[in-house]
Design a protein around this ligand. Structure first.
Ligand SMILES: [Zn+2]
Ligand SMILES: [Zn+2]
Length: 377
């Protein structure tokens, strides 16, 4: 009897598996042009290669970067139509013959990039995000390892990815909350680790959205005293609930008084124009100021040489997501410590995504919209 059940299981698996070398039919929510309009589109993904896995997407979340991309805020040659999404969590439904990292039925995540050269100094140092030999972003990126096809992201029913660029997700993790960790989680976690934030440090998080609220949770878990900066009263209670000791409404000058030279570490996640020099001054002598928020090209903050000279000996640096090894470390840490984003689940319809984009732009998101991909029709 057991043998019979096994045989049936094999037959079922074989029938749903997509034959090796065949393109994988896929469907997703595609951005049509820079107005932010979405449509459901069908397309093909490259075949599941020997080192690839096929993931059935369960959840994909909306990062502010998606909105910048879709609105052509960062480049003028976005390859419309394309499917955005680089915070992806799902179930492995097929594996290539060389794959040992995953088996069918495992949970897997995909973040901001899906391939790199594997040979440059950055790749060798587990910092594939900075690969100089050809990294491939998860969407709207030319995939030099697959005939220059344009990558299609996570607002879709499936994704094919090389196994070493997929993150293992433990079975007990709440999948709807895991997706945002793949970008918002790692992007805030990585600089906190790089700057060796520790118990008792004074940390500031500037910009309290998807990335910022994860920054608060991680910094708090490291034992830091956390101050949050944002431009609204609406988020004060949330910041304090998440463990911040102080909330500063930047639009209220009274609250900013006496804060220069206060912080060992500041993380800026601000996606709009802002006074960067104010945060440089608030960083302590010898402290670190890490920038992860990337405003639109027409809204970049201005910093002069004088600003650096007259706020001396602060370490100001930028940071992009994290390597695969560190992303796995972050995910395991988050699951172990029960650190997850605050999420709002939406349906996989063009209207719901367009509405969510507008709410993010209006500062009304608390704190990450997650698309339930099984509702895609
Ligand atoms: Zn992102
Ligand atoms: Zn490389």
């Amino acid at each position: 009897m057991k043998q019979l059940i096994n045989l049936v299981a094999i037959l079922i698996t074989t029938s749903v598996a997509i034959a090796q070398n065949n393109p994988v039919p896929s469907k997703g929510l595609a951005a049509i042009d820079k107005t932010g309009k979405f449509e459901v589109r069908e397309f093909n993904r490259h075949p599941v290669g020997d080192n690839d896995i096929l993931i059935e997407t369960m959840y994909a979340s909306i990062c502010h970067s998606d909105i910048h991309h879709v609105h052509s805020d960062w480049r003028s040659d976005e390859p419309y139509p394309y499917v955005p999404g680089h915070e992806i969590a799902g179930k492995v439904i097929q594996v290539g013959k060389n794959v040992t990292k995953f088996k069918v039925g495992d949970y897997a995540g995909v973040g901001c990039f899906v391939n790199s050269c594997g040979k440059c100094d950055y790749c060798k140092a587990d910092m594939e995000q900075y690969c100089t030999g050809g990294r491939v972003l998860t969407y709207a990126s030319k995939d030099i390892y697959h005939n220059d096809e344009i990558t299609q992201g996570g607002y879709s029913n499936n994704i094919v990815v090389i196994d070493r660029f997929a993150i293992k997700i433990p079975k007990n993790a709440p999948m709807e909350k895991v997706a945002p960790l793949l970008c918002a989680g790692i992007t805030s976690y990585s600089p906190l680790k790089f700057s060796k934030v520790k118990a008792g440090d004074n940390v500031a998080i500037a910009g309290f959205g998807g990335l910022g609220h994860m920054g608060v949770k991680y910094a708090k878990s490291f034992g830091a005293n956390v101050t949050v900066f944002d431009i609204t009263e609406d988020k004060r209670a949330d910041a304090l609930r998440m463990g911040a000791t102080k909330y500063v409404n930047v639009n209220n000058p009274e609250e900013l008084k006496g804060m220069d030279d206060s912080f060992d570490f500041i993380l800026s996640t601000i996606p709009a124009k802002y006074d960067m020099t104010m945060y440089m001054r608030m960083t302590k002598f010898g402290g670190d100021f890490a920038i992860v928020g990337m405003p639109a090209l027409i809204n970049q903050p201005t910093v002069t040489a004088g600003n650096f000279v007259f706020t001396p000996n602060r370490n100001v640096y930028g940071s992009q997501v994290g390597g695969i090894k560190e992303t796995q470390e972050m995910l395991d840490y988050s699951v172990k410590k029960n650190i997850y984003p605050d999420v709002e689940i939406i349906n996989a319809t063009p209207e719901a995504v367009e509405d969510a984009y507008q709410k993010v732009l209006d500062g009304k998101v608390k704190f990450r919209y997650v698309i339930d991909m099984k509702t895609l029709k």
